[in-house]
Design a protein around this ligand. Structure first.
Ligand code: SF4
Length: 323
């Protein structure tokens, strides 16, 4: 069976998957892939079934933007005994209830010397320089940081940065695109974040990326300061955030009301269905990037949990992200 050639650019660690399936005796397995790599399912299937007899692999076609949503529901529906989640490592705030193997999908095209030179350049003028990255560049970033004598502090997610990053003078983000660069800047400080894109081979400061975003966010927060009717949309699995919702609930005054909804995935139509005219301010608790990336044009303010607490507690002098 044929498959796209770009599948070979990533390390699916087939031998590790096969060993794990063999040692657990798993025959019915759900496979979860990032949307852009779902087309590599036939490659994975043929590689695994050439080494294990009678294995039944099912592809989860639900979107997999993070390991916060390991597809436990899909696994149960097809009677899978285990799940292999490609593209991320385990989410720090959630452990799934079925056996899961996480394969980070290291990108094979990394040029470690080029990365080390760039890290060295951007760390030259500071005392403490930390490097964070995504699952696809974990090994390359660790080695390049060592060569550049920078401190490698681990994985960055859209809603999580390693605690050590907060105390560094400079945070270097090695990742494709702007998503993790913006996340690092929102979680630490735009002034100290520099982003290196190993695919495009470019280097940029985060400040220009987040200045406009922060202006829009503060305007939306200010519109919620006197809001009376709040809607909070919670998520499921690793996006279920009861503690965060409790904090929002306890910050409300006696004249404010909150309703909570829950959804597996949230987009504009989810909110439009619930909110004909009832709510002044909407909070997405599930994934903080939905409010910023997908719903910033919605006609009512849609906030992250951190932004909601800023509005409710009247603390708008320091931007809080994600909660
Ligand atoms: S940013 Fe959103 S999708 Fe990414 S790990 Fe966090 S909750 Fe999950």
């Amino acid at each position: 069976m044929s498959y796209p050639s770009f599948c070979l650019e990533y390390d699916f660690e087939i031998d590790r998957v096969v060993n794990w399936l063999r040692s657990g005796g798993y025959r019915k397995v759900l496979i979860q892939l990032p949307p852009a790599l779902m087309r590599c399912f036939s490659y994975i299937y043929s590689e695994i079934e050439s080494q294990i007899e009678n294995v039944i692999l099912t592809l989860s076609a639900n979107p997999s933007y993070g390991s916060c949503l390991v597809d436990e529901v899909g696994a149960r529906a097809v009677g899978a005994e285990a799940l292999v989640h490609f593209g991320h490592l385990e989410y720090p705030f959630y452990s799934p209830s079925i056996p899961v193997l996480y394969i980070p999908l290291e990108w094979r095209g990394a040029n470690i010397e080029w990365l080390a030179e760039r890290i060295e350049e951007v760390c030259r003028d500071v005392e403490s320089c930390c490097v964070v990255t995504t699952a696809q560049h974990l090994k390359a970033s660790r080695v390049a940081s060592g060569l550049a004598r920078a401190r490698f502090v681990g994985l960055i997610l859209g809603c999580y940065a390693p605690p050590a990053a907060a105390s560094c003078d400079r945070v270097v983000v090695i990742a494709g695109g702007d998503f993790h660069c913006v996340s690092a800047a929102l979680m630490t400080s735009a002034n100290k974040v520099i982003c290196i894109d190993p695919y495009e081979r470019n280097v940029k400061g985060a400040r220009s990326l987040v200045e406009k975003i922060l202006r829009v966010r503060l305007w939306k927060i200010s519109k919620c300061i006197n809001a009376r009717h709040w809607l909070v949309i919670d998520g499921v699995l690793g996006q279920h955030r009861s503690t965060v919702i409790d904090r929002i609930r306890s910050a409300l005054s006696s004249s404010q009301r909150i309703h909570v909804a829950v959804a597996y995935s949230i987009d504009e139509s989810t909110i439009r269905n619930i909110d004909p005219c009832s709510y002044d301010c909407i909070v997405v608790a599930a994934c903080p990037r939905i409010a910023i990336d997908d719903l910033s044009r919605y006609e009512k303010p849609v906030l992250t949990p951190g932004e909601a607490l800023m509005a409710l507690e009247g603390r708008i002098d320091r931007y809080v992200y994600p909660w």
